[in-house]
Design a protein around this ligand. Sequence first.
Ligand SMILES: Cc1cc2nc3c(=O)[nH]c(=O)nc-3n(C[C@H](O)[C@H](O)[C@H](O)COP(=O)(O)OP(=O)(O)OC[C@H]3O[C@@H](n4cnc5c(N)ncnc54)[C@H](O)[C@@H]3O)c2cc1C
Length: 436
Amino acid sequence: MTAAGAEAIAVALAGTGAEVRPAEPSDVVGGVLPSCVASPATVDQAAGVMAAAAGLDLAVVPRGSGDTISWGWPPARCDVVADLSGMDQVLEYAAGDLVVKVQAGVRLGQLAEILAEKGQRLALDGPPGVTVGGAVARNAAGPLRLRYGLPRDLLIGITIVRPDGALAHAGGKVVKNVAGYDLGKLFAGSQGTLGLIVETTFRLHPLPDLSAYVIEEYRESAAAAEAVLAAAASPLQPSAVELERARVGGPIRVATLLEGTPSGVSARAERMRTLLGRSAETMMAAPDWWGRTGEASPSGMTTVVAGGTLVRVAFWAAELRPVLDAIDTVAGEAGVAVSVGGSAGAGVLYALLAAGQDPGQVAVFVRALRAATGHAAGPDGGGLARGSVVVLTAPAAVLEAADPWGPVPSLGLMRAVKQQFDPGHLMSPGRGPGGI
Ligand SMILES: Cc1cc2nc3c(=O)[nH]c(=O)nc-3n(C[C@H](O)[C@H](O)[C@H](O)COP(=O)(O)OP(=O)(O)OC[C@H]3O[C@@H](n4cnc5c(N)ncnc54)[C@H](O)[C@@H]3O)c2cc1C
């Protein structure tokens, strides 16, 4: 892009009222330096930015906190970063209805503080610094997913800006209002490839009076898997069942979260200890590995890996033991070191391969794990049933050698949706499955 071209873009976008500035090295997205960064403060400004960008055939990548903006495929083009972090207003909070409507740039920690004043929470335990728009765009959740599900499940209304600048709404403040096209389900997990999420309405839950963690350690995957499944399915209603194994063949730690009234939690914790094993302990604070998928980012706001590879393995929870064993076997064969953690009770584990390992061997690990968990074979193939192995972040050489998404069964449908929302391929082009 020439200086004159960049200047023309800045002038066109500044006419929308949004703050616009030339991009700096810190604005790079997966190695691609955009021309400028546009920061709208209102829905109208966001719509204006998108319309002006579309008029100039500019590729746009949305950004929340930016902590994971470079995860996955780099964009094929990126002219404008649409920075939503300035859209950080809580628009309506109906505590009596357990509903909140916020702009997409509101941070989870900021929202948690406001809701806590009324004894409520958004049951989305991601890092406090991430934005609700980013969390919805990723459809990612922390340990509470076992009980409360994903952002998609907590979202009851959404406003988006289409790539051509048109606004679209779905849902609303009333929880039962699900009539019409379900934009929320479509945009949850859209990874910035369909449009800008500008406002979201969520259902809320009461904050528990007390939380307690019951923790046990196991030598064998069979015993750990049995404990996880028994805890997750038990009438003790844990809010989360997490697992951690720092190295292949090492001890496996399992922790369950119990929430509720002090007397109820104390009685349930007692029974959970019996269920988990003789040396199970109750703690009032989370273990240091709780909800952690990697190392802390420089901002301390989220969990990322610096130069390492983070892989999400999703599976039927009943298949936890074979999945743990497959990770061991495949890591051994590929000659890589792996730590594993995550929401085992909900069928999600994160495999972290620290920086400095051979990218070719890391890619061998990813591909072999796909084969072993049934991802590569598809739903009717061999391996386990319906596993999925997605590379969330990795060095470029690993992404090239082991496509981050792997085979995607519904790719045709995803392409059709992309074509309908973004026929000009201007939203985060090339970042989705199959280069969408
Ligand atoms: C326990 C745990 C589990 C996690 N699991 C996963 C996981 O399974 N998968 C995963 O991908 N991440 C996962 N993450 C990462 C986490 O979800 C992201 O760091 C965070 O939610 C993104 O928010 P952000 O504000 O930092 O967005 P950014 O890092 O700025 O952006 C993230 C993505 O969302 C898009 N985006 C951001 N804002 C908007 C918007 N308003 N409208 C449209 N698109 C937007 C961006 O273009 C980019 O693709 C996990 C994190 C934790 C702690």
